[in-house]
Design a protein around this ligand. Structure first.
Ligand code: SAM
Length: 284
């Protein structure tokens, strides 16, 4: 067992560095010894691959990635953790810690510079307060990564991996579907973390698609429609889509041409149906 999942050793390490958890930075560190090896295996880390980690904390997952991957680059926002990581990851020269905010970094450049063309996957226990923005940034920027194996809160996992056209689906479900195949891998109980959060978590895998699952003429319009439809998910699309700058008659006609009922709601539509609607609304 790694010392990084031994609660007494972790508390002693943090006390030695005068570290206190920051709730605002979503700091819940993994202390269940079986979770990180399982995540590292699931992300497909091998000697000839690289892994990008977001938020290494004290390096508990980073260590497991380093034991399997050829190179690991981990982006950490909290500068107070840098000396801790320098200590815990000292035995692993293949690990590079980058200090910064993952939402602000130029990740395409970082990946090019740090991995030099190796196949790269993302593996992380994500800070819960920015789960969706991180996932969407990684997908929307069409970064050269094969998959994202990430721990998120259980509810977020269900939303991200829901089947479009079901009540569990949200705008983010359809956006994720456009870029990746989403799958829940395994649940992780709240007791697996220090400090323990109020909710359980789950590890999900998003396998990045090489080509989108449907064709659409105007991608930006498709995502505007999805957002507008789900912002007022109880309303019919006929009522909720007026905010995208189309008049009611135009929307009614487009619904008709896309073979959708006039009272259709966002949560009832698949991605292909949204794409058909976007193509009709884009005309004229
Ligand atoms: N990987 C560690 C583990 O599993 O124990 C820590 C996971 S903890 C849930 C989230 C980590 O993300 C923390 O280390 C936190 O400081 C870091 N973090 C929060 N916001 C971040 C951001 N915008 N960019 C990079 N790291 C961030």
């Amino acid at each position: 067992m790694s010392a990084l999942t031994d609660i007494a050793a972790v508390k002693a390490l943090l006390a030695r560095h005068g570290f206190h958890f920051s709730k605002a930075m979503g700091q819940n560190f993994l202390i269940n010894p079986s979770v990180c090896p399982r995540m590292a295996e699931a992300c497909g880390a091998r000697e000839d691959t690289g892994v990008l980690e977001i938020g290494p904390g004290i390096g508990v997952l980073t260590e497991q990635l380093a034991l399997r991957a050829g190179r690991v680059v981990a982006v950490e926002l909290d500068r107070r953790l840098l000396p801790v990581l320098a200590e815990t990851l000292a035995p692993y020269p293949q690990v590079n810690i980058v200090s910064g905010d993952v939402l602000k970094l130029d990740l395409r450049r970082l990946i090019e510079e740090q991995f030099g063309g190796m196949p790269v996957s993302v593996c992380a226990n994500l800070p819960y307060y920015i789960t969706s923005p991180i996932v969407m940034k990684l997908l929307e920027e069409r970064l050269p990564v094969d998959s994202l194996t990430v721990m998120v809160q259980k509810e977020a996992a269900q939303r991200l991996c829901a089947r479009p056209g079901t009540r569990e689906a949200g705008a983010v479900t359809l956006a994720v579907q456009y870029y990746a195949e989403a799958q829940i891998l395994f649940p992780v109980s709240r007791g697996s973390f220090l400090p323990a959060p109020h909710v359980d978590s789950a590890v999900i895998r998003l396998t990045v698609r090489r080509t989108p699952p449907c064709t659409v003429r105007d991608e930006a319009l498709l995502f505007r429609l999805i957002r507008a439809g789900f912002e007022q998910r109880r309303k019919t699309l006929l009522n909720s889509l007026s905010s995208v700058g189309r008049d009611r008659e135009h929307i009614r006609q487009a619904l008709h041409e896309a073979a959708l009922p006039e009272n259709a709601r966002a949560e009832e539509l698949t991605l292909t149906q949204f794409a058909a609607l976007a193509d009709r609304l884009g005309e004229g």
